[in-house]
Design a protein around this ligand. Structure first.
Ligand SMILES: [Zn+2]
Ligand SMILES: [Zn+2]
Length: 294
C-alpha cells in the first residue's frame, strides 16, 4: 500500500488530514460529548491537503488547525463543497482570510461566490436590525467552479464533480450545485465525495478509469434506514453499493484507502463498536485528526 494511515508523518511529508468528521449534528463542544472517547467527538467538516489547501470551512476550523498542528499562515486555497453551514460559513472565512499574510483563493459554486461577495460588502448591525456597509476590503479571491472544471491549487490539480446533494428530489429541484472534488497531487489521486447520496451517472462517468489512492465517501446515517428520495446522504448499505460501483469502473481496488466520513452523532455507532467491522471490509472510519500520508 502506497498511502499509510500515519498519525506521526515526519515533518515535510505531504498528507491529507481530517479536521472535522461530523455532519450537521456534530457534537464537538456540546455538554453531551464531554465524557466521550476522543474518536467519538466530531467537529463540522474541514480537511487539509498539506501544505496549503483546505476543503470546507466553519467556525470550528481555526481552532482545529491549531490543535492538529497545521501551519495556518501558509494556507492559500480553500475549496468549498456547498453552502450548508457545516461546510461553509462566509463570515468565518472572511475573518480567517484577514488573519493570513497572503490573499485566500476560494473555489466554490455560484452561491458561495455570491454569499462571500455579499458578506464582503454588508454586515448585520444588531442595534438597528439592518444590514450596513462593511468596512475594509476582504482579502479573498473567489473562483466559481462548475462540474468538470479543473483548477491548479499549488501543485494540486482539483476537478469539480457534481454531488447528489442539496436536491429537492420529489420536485426535481437542484437547489444548489453541491461539488465533490477529484484532487491530483504528486501522482496521487484523492476523491472527496462529501456531501452526496448515490453517485450521479455523469460523475461516475468522469471518474471512470481514474485509480483512486484515497476515496472519501459520505456515510452520514450509518445503520439508519433512509429513503434515497428524501436524503442527500448514504448509510452503511448505500456506502457498500457505492464502493462496489467504484470498483466496477476501476476507481477502487485493494490499494485504495476508503474512508467513511461525515458521520452523524445521532446515528453512527461509537467508533470502537464499528471501526473494526468496517476495517474488515477495507473501510477506514474517519475521526477528527486522522492523517493519511501521501
Ligand atoms: Zn454536511
Ligand atoms: Zn450538506
Amino acid at each position: 500500500m502506497q498511502i499509510a494511515e500515519d498519525s506521526a508523518a515526519p515533518d515535510g511529508t505531504r498528507y491529507f488530514q481530517f479536521l472535522g468528521t461530523g455532519a450537521g449534528d456534530a457534537n464537538f463542544g456540546t455538554p453531551d460529548s464531554a465524557d466521550l472517547p476522543v474518536k467519538d467527538i466530531r467537529r463540522y467538516t474541514c480537511n487539509v491537503l498539506s501544505p496549503d489547501v483546505l476543503i470546507d470551512f466553519n467556525h470550528q476550523t481555526p481552532e482545529a488547525l491549531d490543535l492538529f498542528g497545521v501551519n495556518r499562515g501558509v494556507i492559500k486555497h480553500l475549496f468549498v463543497s456547498h453552502g450548508h453551514f457545516d461546510h461553509f460559513q462566509p463570515l468565518e472565512i472572511l475573518r480567517f482570510a484577514e488573519s493570513l499574510p497572503q490573499p485566500l483563493m476560494v473555489y466554490g459554486n455560484t452561491m458561495v461566490r455570491d454569499a462571500l461577495d455579499f458578506c464582503g460588502q454588508n454586515t448585520f448591525d444588531q442595534k438597528s436590525g439592518r444590514f450596513v456597509e462593511r468596512q475594509g476590503v476582504p482579502e479573498i479571491e473567489v473562483t466559481v467552479l462548475s462540474p468538470g472544471t479543473a483548477v491548479e491549487a499549488g501543485d494540486a490539480t482539483v476537478t469539480a464533480l457534481l454531488g447528489n446533494h442539496f436536491m429537492n428530489k420529489p420536485y426535481a429541484i437542484m437547489e444548489q450545485q453541491a461539488l465533490n472534488f477529484l484532487a491530483e497531487v504528486r501522482g496521487k489521486t484523492i476523491f472527496y465525495g462529501l456531501d452526496s447520496s448515490y453517485m450521479l451517472p455523469a460523475t461516475l462517468r468522469m471518474l471512470s478509469g481514474a485509480h483512486l489512492d484515497i476515496a472519501i465517501l459520505d456515510a452520514t446515517f450509518g445503520p439508519l434506514d433512509i429513503d434515497p428520495l428524501k436524503s442527500g446522504h448514504l448509510n452503511w448499505g448505500m456506502l457498500d453499493e457505492t464502493i462496489t460501483e467504484l470498483r466496477e469502473i476501476g476507481c477502487i481496488d485493494d490499494r485504495t484507502v476508503i474512508v467513511a466520513d461525515h458521520l452523524s452523532t445521532n446515528n453512527v455507532e461509537p467508533y470502537h463498536d464499528v471501526a473494526g467491522k468496517l476495517a474488515a471490509k477495507g473501510i477506514t472510519l474517519a475521526y477528527d485528526g486522522l492523517k493519511l500520508a501521501l
